[in-house]
Structures are given as C-alpha cells and as structure tokens.
Design a protein around this ligand. Structure first.
Ligand SMILES: Nc1nc2c(ncn2[C@@H]2O[C@H](COP(=O)(O)OP(=O)(O)OP(=O)(O)O)[C@@H](O)[C@H]2O)c(=O)[nH]1
Ligand SMILES: [Mg+2]
Length: 605
C-alpha cells in the first residue's frame, strides 16, 4: 500500500484546518486553547484512504509565532498542500511557509485556493493570475491549482482526485539510512505505559525491535505499534507512527528526542552543514553568531561557526559547524531551518553533512575537503579526504555516514582502490604504498646509521602522522613478500647482513669475544671483564642478536649473565640444566627468566 505524508501550509486563518476537516472528516484542532481562539497552535494529524493508498495530512499552524511547530510538523512530509484564501490571495505567511518548505526540500504538491464561496466566478481568473504571479519566483509556481470551499464542499472531490496523484509521484530521497522517528508527542496510555508519536523516515519499524531514545541514549524495546489508530506489526517510512515503549518513562523523553534503531545514530554537540542564506533575508550571519536551528522536532540554539570565518551574505552558501549547547541527534542529508534569535525571522536553511562532527577549527582546510566531498556524496573522495586528516586509515562507518550510504554500498563504491586494513578500517593503495616506502626508507637509514644492529626498533619507524592500522597493514604486506623480516622485537630489511659489513678487525674481535664465552662453559665471566669499549659493546650485542650468546636474568637476585648458546645447548643435551646448576651454586630461589629476550642485554656494560 502506498503512503504519502502531505504538509498543509498557508497564511493564518486561510482555512487549512477547515479544509482538512472537509477532506478527511477529522478535526485537527484538538487543544482547548485552539478551539477557544479559533487558531491552530500545534500541528494536527489526519488521513484519508484512497483506492491507491493512504495520504496523511499534517495540518500546520499558520500564525508566525508557531513556525517551530510548523517545521516540527513538516518532519517526514514529502509533499505540500498549499492553502490560499480565494478572498485574500498570497500573504506574508504563505510565502514564509513556502520558503520553509523549500528549505526543507518539500517542493511537490497541490495548491488549494479555498473559500471559493467568498469570490464570484467572474473574479476568479484574475485572482488565480495574481496568485501565480506571486508564486512565480518560487519552485511551487507550476503546481496544479484546485478551487474549493470547505463551507460549500465545492471542489473537494476535485481536490481529492488531485491529491491522490501525489501517492504515485516520485520524490527525492533525503531520508536517513535506518529507521528514524523524531518524536512530536509523548504520553502515558493507561495499561500500556509510554507512547511516542511521530512520522517515520528511513526504514520500516517492527514490533520487538531493540531501539534507542536519542540523544539520551536510553535503550528501549518496542512493545506495540499503531498507525492511524490501527495496531500493526510493521510501520513503513512516511507513515504516522505511535510506538508503545518498554524501558522508558514519559519524563525521560523530550520533544525533539528521536526513536531509532540501537546503534544507528549517535548524539553530538557539533553538526557540520552546508548553509544557505535566503536571498530575501534581511540579515547576513557572522562567524560565531548564535542562531536557532529547527530540524526534525528539535529547536535548539547553536553557535554558527563558518569555515573560513568572516560572514555569509544574503543569498550566499557556505560550510559551517553548528555547535549546540547540548548533544543533539540528526542524520546526514537532514534539512534544517535557521532562524534569527531576536527578533525571530527565517535566515536560511542547512543541509547536515556530518551529524556526528567533532569540534573543529574554522580554519581547518582538511576538514573543508572532507565536507566538500560529502556535499558531492562521493565515497572515494570522502575516503581520500578523511585519509589525509587521519593518517591514512579511514573508518568505513565514517565514510558511509558522510556519503549517506550503507556500509556494504560504501565498500562496493570504494572498489579496488582501497584495501580493508581491519574490521572497520580501509586504506587507499596510494597510502599503503607510501607507507611501505616509508618503512623501507626508515629501515635503510637505520641500517646505514647502525650497521651492526640486526634490526631497528619498531617504535622509531613510523612518523606520528601515520595511523597504526595502516602501519601494521603495510608492515605485514612487506613481511609477507619477504622485503623485510622480524628480528626479535625489531624489523630489518631482508638483505641486511651485519656480519658482511664487519671490518677485518671487527671480525677478529667478535670471534675473540665469542670464544671467551664458549670456553667459560656454564661459568661465564662478568661481561664488564670482557667489554673494553663501546665498539666491544656493539659486537657483544650483535652476538646476542644473532643468537650466538644468550642472556639469562635471575629475577630474585637481579643478576644478568651471558652464556654462549653452544654451552647452554650442550648442558641441555647432557640433561643438566644450566639454569638449575647456576641456581644451586648461587642459592637463588627463582628460576632463570629470559623473558626479556636477546635485546634485554642492552643495559649490560
Ligand atoms: N467562507 C468560508 N470560510 C471558511 C472556509 N474555510 C475556513 N473558513 C473560515 O475561516 C476561518 C479560519 O479557518 P481555519 O480552518 O481555522 O484556518 P487555518 O488556516 O487553519 O488557521 P490557522 O491554523 O490558525 O492558521 C474560520 O472561521 C473558518 O470557519 C471556507 O471555505 N469558506
Ligand atoms: Mg488551522
């Protein structure tokens, strides 16, 4: 069954509520105050079933004091029913509502010229021409026009016929990837508990789903669902939804909270966005200016931090970070309305690029590159821009969020230009190759500097701009191809051979040192008695690195001795443990421990 949600907008008192009542038989002004004042204050909800599907109507209040309620009502709507009084024509709030609908990306729909009973047939062509003239500069100029009257019922059938066509009209997808229900009402139903309502977007929502109330991060489960008063197991996107929740009380949920699938959204103080100021706005915005941001059912104050600083003039577009005073939750692609704080007026709109941004300097050029790629929804460009900002290892879920794609679709789009570095990280071939070259260069220069060291310590290899995940991946690739090898805890170029680099004098001296340890069997001399200078120390270390000498440390006596490896092997072969023998001789109470490995002898002198 097709469903569509139409936002009913127009100037105050032009007859929106009366027309919705005439179309659906449902009274949307339910508050006592609304009935007494004859004025809509909050959005009202009604629906009508057509042979081809069901249309939900969100009746927005027309008064300019209730713009916030109008924007909250617009959440989830994909079409507009523009209501214009035949007697008055286009007025200020008509234009402001149209402007907000355009900022929210809702531009398809129907124009109903209502209260036709107040205008004689002869005057109608002129009024229609005037209305079309007044709308000429808007994207709504070409929408079908239906004359009607809630009072007499004239044109209501024609309006129904026109509205039914909305069900089959395609609209651009600006929804979230997963189920996302901005909450517009919360109440307790006796015998059932907490119920929230809203217009669903993203994916279908099912009974039993493990969900979350955001930004509070409150886990809840969905006990029951209803749409238009009918109990359902599954609700589809764009349908009005009432969800009975387990695990949360009414007082924990605020207007502006969102019901979403657990783990699918995260709260943040910062949202990066494209900002567009209306050409007709009377005000420009300055870097760091506080503005009111209306999005979903939220209305929050944020400091508008323009990337590049300065100011944004009317009719201009720029990138900005919205810094909120408290955590908020949105989705990439979500549209928002920006309002001046005082006196309130609509400044322009925003399209969220990254709803989980972190606080960023406005001069950060790398972040601007990421956001420009996000504007184009170009997954490889986003990944490359992120790679520059985060050392080459890019979190796949970050790319997916910014590209507004699922992880699977993102991985496919990144294609063969990227390798998986770990469960959720990817790196470009260019960055992987650059990292491999960096490792090879670093090892070559280490070997040139310390030719007698068998390996370079790993800590010295990476520049701190390289992500650990990328480094590990490149290292493993070089090990797999045999370009480098592991030596103890260090790395070496495979062709590095310290013995081949010894001078004749060094070769002679290393043989002497080795021989002294070999002949002393299991009673090795203290190393201090053998080592004469720094050059000897390097040769001793080389013997240890090559495994010709072995370092053993007595933990409890805090002693370290060096044995010739042949002596230890012979002892083991003859069933006599060198360690045990030494243990007996020295009266040690703890076994020997070589857990520090060969390089542990670095401190011997
Ligand atoms: N003559 C005539 N009066 C109408 C018609 N439709 C509505 N009205 C009257 O116009 C007034 C305003 O109607 P509403 O439907 O409350 O207008 P609204 O646009 O919902 O007003 P807000 O929600 O406050 O912006 C009421 O007194 C209605 O009785 C119509 O078709 N013909
Ligand atoms: Mg009304």
């Amino acid at each position: 069954m097709k469903t569509r949600c139409a936002l009913v907008i127009g100037h105050v008192d032009h007859g929106k509520t009366a027309l919705v009542r005439a179309l659906t038989g449902i009274e949307t002004d339910r508050l006592e105050e609304e009935k007494q004042r004859g004025l809509s204050i909050t959005a009202g909800y009604a629906h009508h079933a057509y042979p081809t599907g069901v249309l939900d109507f969100i009746d927005a209040p027309g008064h300019e004091d209730f713009i916030q309620a109008m924007v909250a009502g617009a959440t989830g709507a994909k079409s507009v029913l523009i209501v214009i009084s035949a007697a008055e024509g286009v007025r200020a709030q008509t234009l402001e509502h149209l402007c907000i609908a355009e900022l929210l990306g809702i531009t398809n729909g129907i124009i109903a010229v209502t209260k036709s009973d107040l205008l004689g047939a002869a005057a109608r062509p002129e009024q229609q021409a005037k209305i079309q003239h007044d709308l000429a500069h808007t994207p709504f100029a070409k929408l079908p026009v239906v004359w009607c009257s809630a009072q007499t019922g004239e044109g209501v059938d024609a309006l129904h016929a026109s509205l039914e066509t909305l069900l089959s009209q395609p609209v651009g997808s600006v929804g979230p990837i997963q189920s996302f229900l901005p909450i517009d009402r919360v109440f307790t139903l006796p015998g059932h508990g907490t119920v929230v309502t809203g217009t669903l977007s993203g994916q279908a929502l099912a009974v039993g789903s493990e969900a979350m109330i955001m930004p509070q991060g409150r886990p809840v489960s969905i006990r029951g669902l209803q749409s238009r008063g009918v109990t359902r197991d599954l609700i589809h996107p764009e349908e009005r939804t009432a969800a009975n929740l387990r695990g949360v009380s009414v007082s924990e949920i605020k207007r502006g909270s969102v019901l979403c699938i657990a783990g699918s959204a995260a709260a943040s103080h910062c949202i990066d966005a494209t900002i567009e100021l209306l050409p007709q706005s009377a005000h420009r915005v300055r870097h760091n200016e506080d503005v009111r941001v209306l999005f979903g059912t939220s209305s929050e104050v944020a400091s508008l931090r323009l990337y590049g600083g300065g100011q944004l003039g009317v009719g201009q577009t720029g990138l900005a970070q919205l810094r909120f005073k408290k955590p908020v939750v949105g989705f990439a692609g979500q549209r928002a309305v920006l309002r001046r704080l005082s006196p309130p007026s609509t400044l322009g709109g925003a399209v969220f690029l990254d709803p989980q941004a972190v606080s960023t300097r406005s001069s950060d050029a790398q972040r601007v590159s990421v956001l420009e790629a996000a504007q184009a929804r170009d997954a490889p460009a986003i990944a490359n821009a992120l790679a520059k900002a985060c050392g080459g290892a890019v979190c796949l879920s970050d790319v997916a969020r910014l590209a507004r794609l699922s992880s699977t679709a993102t991985r496919t789009l990144l294609g063969t230009g990227f390798d998986a570095l770990g469960s959720d990280f990817v790196g470009s071939h260019a960055d992987i190759d650059a990292c491999k070259s960096m490792i090879l260069d670093a090892l070559a220069s280490y070997h040139a500097r310390y030719p007698l060291h068998t390996a370079a310590p790993r800590t010295g290899i990476a520049r701190n701009t390289v992500a650990q995940a990328l480094l590990s991946y490149a290292e493993k690739a070089l090990l797999d191809t045999g370009s480098i090898r592991l030596r103890g805890a260090g790395l070496a170029l495979s062709n590095h051979d310290p013995l081949a680099l010894l001078t004749p004098q060094q070769s002679e001296r290393i043989a002497q040192i080795e021989n002294m340890f070999r002949t002393s069997d299991l009673s090795p001399p203290p190393t201090q008695s053998i080592i004469q200078d720094g050059a000897d120390h390097d040769l001793l270390e080389l013997c240890i690195d090559l495994g010709r000498l072995t370092v053993l440390r007595n933990v409890s006596l805090n002693q370290t001795l060096v044995f010739h490896t042949d002596a230890l092997s012979a002892a083991v072969t003859h069933g006599v443990c060198a360690a045990a023998k030494f243990h007996h001789r020295r009266g040690a109470h703890r076994p020997w421990d070589d857990s520090q490995g060969h390089r542990a002898c670095t401190g011997i002198s």
